[in-house]
Design a protein around this ligand. Structure first.
Ligand SMILES: Cc1ncc(COP(=O)(O)O)c(C=O)c1O
Length: 337
């Protein structure tokens, strides 16, 4: 079976498993797991930020960040298809008692001008705007990458209006590899950054939230309340350290393979609106001779799994458990449809 449903479907590689087996562990709720401490220090250092906290999921790191940056009754600006808004179970309302100002950005990305226009005036009738949350790469934007110059402009708007700036960087390493950018430049601009280790980087579990000492101190309290305090989590952190050291540069292979598949898709009469493929995600419309469900079914008959993400769209995600041979096989199947 070739599984393109998500880059979360990877299984730990032998090298990663060996690193996990060998991990030195302790009770992380007491701050005594040396491997978790090492992963947190490594992550903070990579981004040139002060501190980091290891959590079970990207949903948790995002939700903790939002809770730490807001007060009940505040408002968060984000794109209308961002993960924090549409895929986290209404967590902004539930966990932070804050409202969302969803913006219709381009490919899941906001401009500084859109952010500026969405900030509420200082008026008792309006919720207090306190946070801007960006997503890079943008999942529902087809893995699109921000232009870093736009991010810097958004930061200027945030500074001028005293807003915090959070990054949902579940797939930030895909953007860094695709755009030749550095972790440090992101660390300089964002107040908090969430990175996922369990997507393109291939660990079984885990995300890291990075920020200032003070912010992470607050985040530790919130993680406990959310039930995210883990004990001998060093086994999982060891997978994260392995992933950061070994699985970043190879993301370029996923990006190249995504382009190969999208080129094959582009030749089919029933496929249209392929979102520009910059990283490891391909989103496209299926209509005409086949619809999305027919396409998914035909692929499944050939042992290939894809996801129907809307009434018209399919999503294919490349990752480290998809080999070059599997991609060539997939292209052959597409050509025969
Ligand atoms: C952009 C983005 N942010 C956050 C998450 C949440 O990660 P998790 O599944 O670890 O909660 C995902 C998951 O797919 C995602 O795509």
């Amino acid at each position: 079976m070739i599984d393109y449903r998500s880059d979360t479907f990877t299984k730990p590689s032998p090298g990663m498993l060996e690193a996990m087996f060998k991990a030195e562990v302790g009770d992380d709720v007491y701050g005594e797991d040396p491997t978790v401490n090492k992963l947190e220090a490594l992550s903070a250092e990579m981004f040139g930020m002060e501190a980091a906290i290891f959590c079970p999921s990207g949903t948790m790191t995002n939700q903790i960040a939002i809770k730490c940056h807001t007060l009940p009754g505040d408002e968060v600006i984000c794109d209308h298809v961002s993960h924090v808004y549409i895929y986290e179970g209404g967590g902004i309302a539930l966990n932070s008692a804050s409202s969302v100002r969803p913006i219709n950005g381009k490919s899941g990305q906001l401009t500084a001008e859109q952010v500026e226009q969405a900030i509420n005036p200082d008026d008792i009738h309006k919720p207090r705007t306190s946070l801007v949350s960006l997503e890079n790469t943008a999942n529902r934007g087809g893995g699109a990458c921000y232009n870093f110059e736009e991010i810097k402009k958004i930061k200027e708007v945030c500074n001028a209006h005293n807003l915090a700036l959070h990054l949902d960087g579940a797939r930030l390493f895909n953007a860094l590899v695709a755009r030749g950018e550095s972790t440090k430049q992101y660390g300089e601009v964002f107040d908090s950054i969430s990175i996922c280790l369990s997507k393109g980087l291939g660990t079984p579990v885990g995300s890291v939230l990075i920020g200032t000492e003070n912010f992470i101190k607050k985040a530790k309290r919130v993680r406990k309340v959310f039930g995210g305090g883990m004990r001998q989590a060093g086994y999982l952190a060891a997978a994260g350290i392995y992933a950061l050291n070994n699985n970043v540069n190879r993301l370029a292979d996923d990006h190249r393979r995504a382009k190969m598949i999208s080129e094959a898709l582009g030749k089919k009469d029933f496929i249209s609106n392929i979102l520009p493929v910059e990283t490891n995600i391909i989103i496209f419309d299926v209509n005409g001779r086949l619809g999305p469900a027919d396409f998914a079914e035909k692929m499944r008959e050939n042992n290939i799994k894809v996801t129907v993400i809307s009434k018209t769209q399919i999503r294919i995600v490349l990752h480290l458990d998809v080999t070059e041979e599997m991609v060539i096989q997939t292209i052959k199947v597409i050509e025969q449809l």
